[in-house]
Design a protein around this ligand. Sequence first.
Ligand SMILES: NC(=O)c1ccc[n+]([C@@H]2O[C@H](COP(=O)([O-])OP(=O)(O)OC[C@H]3O[C@@H](n4cnc5c(N)ncnc54)[C@H](OP(=O)(O)O)[C@@H]3O)[C@@H](O)[C@H]2O)c1
Length: 279
Amino acid sequence: MKTILVTGSSSGFGREVSVMLAKRGWQVFASMRDTAKQDRLRELADRVGAPQSALEVVPLDVASEASRAEAARHVLDATGGRLTAVLHNAGYTTTGFFEDLPTEVYRHVLETNLVGVMDLTQRVLPALRADGSARIGVVSSNAVNVPHPMFSVYAATKWALEGWCEALAIEVRPFGVDVVVFQPGNHDTGFGGATVPVLPPSSAYRGFAERALPKLTGLGRYSRGSYKASLRICDVLDRPRPPLRTRLGADDVVASWLAKFTPYSLRRRMVERLTGLGG
Ligand SMILES: NC(=O)c1ccc[n+]([C@@H]2O[C@H](COP(=O)([O-])OP(=O)(O)OC[C@H]3O[C@@H](n4cnc5c(N)ncnc54)[C@H](OP(=O)(O)O)[C@@H]3O)[C@@H](O)[C@H]2O)c1
């Protein structure tokens, strides 16, 4: 039986992928920091006919080292030290101009989106190597293709993840472990919903923020459902030799094309126009 540890299974892609894989016969360790939210996972499982017994909810706050250690220990015990996949999906952004961000605010984003991913990977890698045909899945973002002002720390974590993945992929391949990066575009999950922009009254950026925030919120209308993207994640995780990168949606395909074939100056002007942040 294929086994997977998914982070951030309480919502969005994490919840859908956990349920879809359970329906396909995987044993899923669906982790979340607030296990009270498992009701929503279980409801979705019932709705689509995924067996509840294939979904074990594991408490995991990826920003906490103690929690990561405990969750990894539990999963390794439960699987006998042999795991088919880990999907690093949990992540969030802080919104605000970098100069305004308190250190503890951006450190928490780094711990959640980057350090937590690396640490958890180290903890489960022996079990992935033991499987011999395993994957490390990482949910990145199209923030690596298009500059994201007001999301600079979030963008930093996703760029760092992708650089780490490209190198790690080479290290672990001899053990039959593939690294797979998923780049979502703009999807209407819970992403960003609870984010309150950091904007101190004394901010030098207040005028810019007042111009940009309504425009950034307006971009939400271009988002689309997450079902197809989640299905794609499952298909790729299920493949014998998955590719390093999978772009989830037309907007990400276009953004990655722009990143490859156009100069930064052009993408910067586009973003300045879209956000009203041009100097
Ligand atoms: N949706 C998009 O448009 C989009 C675009 C690009 C990239 N992404 C990426 O997609 C991934 C999944 O996000 P989503 O779109 O599915 O949004 P979502 O519905 O907000 O899901 C994010 C998940 O991450 C969890 N999480 C956040 N901090 C955590 C922590 N410290 N410990 C454990 N879990 C934590 C959340 O748990 P709680 O319920 O407890 O908050 C939630 O389950 C993220 O990595 C995000 O960067 C999304």
